[in-house]
Design a binder for this molecule. Structure first.
Ligand code: NAG
Ligand code: NAG
Length: 212
């Protein structure tokens, strides 16, 4: 085999591997996450003790309280709903006050589909060429946010809005851009140079995004 062909084959295999990266396949019907109280090790709940309650979740019947951007989200991953453990998926309920904003953020381990249950939501994401794909998505419509890409939403209707987001990972992760940059304790001199802001402007942003 020529060197060129070998490299091509390697790249093809590597690419295929990346394209199929996802949560591992389950090795049993289910594995209700359970911390062994004696050892502290995570394991599966003994199946003789599993009931239908382990497969149902009621924590998103009602909206949560709005943040300062008029937004509330209740992520339902395997940490809060142990029945999702090993099943490769999770979801979120999010509610928007009139004008409410879900700030730019990303989920490093999952693609998301966001189904609009109520309202009209300006929704979009940015690809790695900084091209933005955004439009107003209405009740009954869905938008997909590709894995890892920065996305955002704003309620542009004149009533409250809500969505159900679904993820192809039991633990998609969440990185909010404003808090990751200005609320994480990155050296101030670096932020000043990176954003072309002065110390006073950085201080204002830090005050808003550092955890209190
Ligand atoms: C599961 O529970 C049953 C009934 O209590 C018990 O007989 C069995 O040993 C348990 N299995 C494990 C792996 O602990
Ligand atoms: C919302 O706020 C009320 C009043 O502060 C509080 O009692 C309630 O637990 C909060 N709800 C949630 C989901 O955090």
């Amino acid at each position: 085999m020529s060197q060129k062909l070998k490299i091509l084959l390697f790249l093809t295999l590597f690419h295929t591997h990346v394209a199929f990266a996802s949560d591992p396949d389950p090795l049993q019907d289910f594995c209700i996450a359970f911390k062994d109280s004696a050892s502290g090790n995570p394991s599966c709940k003994n199946s003789s003790a599993v009931t239908v309650e382990d497969f149902t979740f009621s924590g998103i019947k009602f909206p949560g309280n709005y943040s300062q951007t008029g937004f509330s989200a209740t992520p339902v991953n395997s940490n809060v709903f142990p029945g999702l453990n090993t099943l490769g998926m999770s979801f979120v309920r999010a509610d928007f006050d009139v004008g409410g904003v879900n700030v730019p953020h990303s989920h490093p381990r999952a693609t998301e589909t966001a189904f609009v249950m109520e309202g009209r939501i300006y929704s979009g994401f940015v690809d790695t060429n900084n091209r933005v794909y955004a439009k107003v998505v209405e009740k009954g419509e869905v938008m997909v946010f590709p894995r890892g890409l920065v996305h955002f939403q704003m309620n542009v209707g004149d009533t409250a809005a809500s969505i159900l987001g679904s993820f192809n990972s039991q633990n998609p992760g969440l990185q909010k851009i404003p808090a990751a940059i200005f609320g994480s304790g990155i050296e101030e001199a670096l932020l000043e140079k990176a954003f072309g802001l002065n110390a006073k402007e950085i201080a204002k942003l830090r005050k808003r995004f550092l955890p209190h």
